[in-house]
Design a protein around this ligand. Structure first.
Ligand SMILES: N[C@@H](CCC[C@H](N)C(=O)O)C(=O)O
Length: 288
């Protein structure tokens, strides 16, 4: 049996997108790893599945799987591609769309210029809700690392967990060393996405993100929102900020606590294809 898919990306954060609105699709961790494998599969950071609405007041279900087979409740760049996929395939002409992930609801609006504006919902900061192990909410937390070093992180969730560190310069930031160490730090029981943010001005930051379940990606939409939120709360950022990532620029707007965060950027279709659904058993797909 084969299934159609679309290869898409948002600033180089790339996706394999499946339509499961008419025919169900069971995305096992093994199948997700096989599809995401860059040598033995299609290759992607995340797999996105468009599902029928799980409730009467939403348009679609939106499932997100990382390249290592784990499931996430949020993907900001993926949400923009999701909106574009739904429109290009004629699955709905509603604009905006309301979609439900395993973590909550998001609203996706396509503008006339093709940019997509996503309402990712209201960020949460209580440690238990992130989840993060700490006795109380604080602006920054000291993370004790192996070797006796401490890292200062901001922690929050917007459907998925984020740790944000402020650095002087993103190019020299130790993303490949500290990224995996923080991602799997025992105080983040569900692991965490790790952002390295350099603040260039009140409306402009640079960011690299080591994503949970993937590694460093060219862009992370929820990571851009998390960095902007931490920067607005604790480092004087404006209400709208340009976030420069290795793959390009995103715009993030957030009015403040209790308010939703908005992400605006492009969604690019690369090609369509068909995959055998038996592929998870076809080779040794150990993930990344
Ligand atoms: N690339 C995404 C985030 C995808 C999920 C993340 N790796 C997680 O495990 O939470 C984005 O654009 O937000």
């Amino acid at each position: 049996m084969t299934r159609e898919f679309a290869k898409m990306h948002g600033l180089g954060n790339d996706f394999v997108v499946f339509d499961a609105t008419r025919e169900p699709l069971t995305m096992t961790p093994e199948l997700a790893r096989a599809v995401a494998d860059r040598r033995l599969g299609v290759g992607c950071d995340q797999i996105l599945v468009v599902e029928p609405p799980p409730a009467p007041d939403v348009d679609f279900g939106y499932r997100i799987y990382n390249a290592d087979g784990s499931e996430s409740g949020q993907c900001g760049n993926g949400a923009r591609c999701f909106a574009r996929f739904v429109r290009d395939r004629g699955l709905s002409d509603r604009n905006p769309l309301v979609v439900a992930t395993i973590a909550g609801r998001m609203t996706l609006a396509i503008a006339d210029d093709g940019q997509v504006r996503v309402d990712l919902g209201v960020p949460v900061f209580e440690p238990a809700d992130i989840p993060f192990e700490a006795p109380r909410r604080e602006p920054t937390y000291n993370l004790a690392m192996d070797g006796g070093r401490e890292l200062m992180v901001h922690a929050l969730a917007i459907g998925n967990p984020h740790a944000v560190m402020v650095v002087d310069d993103v190019d020299s930031a130790p993303v490949s060393v500290q990224g995996p160490a923080v991602e799997r730090h025992p105080r983040f029981p569900a692991r965490v996405n790790v952002g390295f943010m350099a603040i260039h001005g009140p409306d402009h930051v640079a960011l690299r993100v080591f994503e949970r379940g993937v590694g460093e990606t060219r862009a992370c939409g929820s990571g851009a929102c998390a960095a902007m939120i931490a920067g607005r709360l604790f480092h004087g950022l404006d209400e709208t900020v340009r976030v420069d990532l290795p793959g390009g620029q995103l715009a993030v707007s957030w009015a403040g606590e209790g308010e939703p965060v908005y992400l605006t950027g492009p969604a690019t279709h690369v090609f369509d294809g068909r995959l055998p659904m038996s592929m998870e058993t076809a080779g040794n797909h150990g993930g990344r």
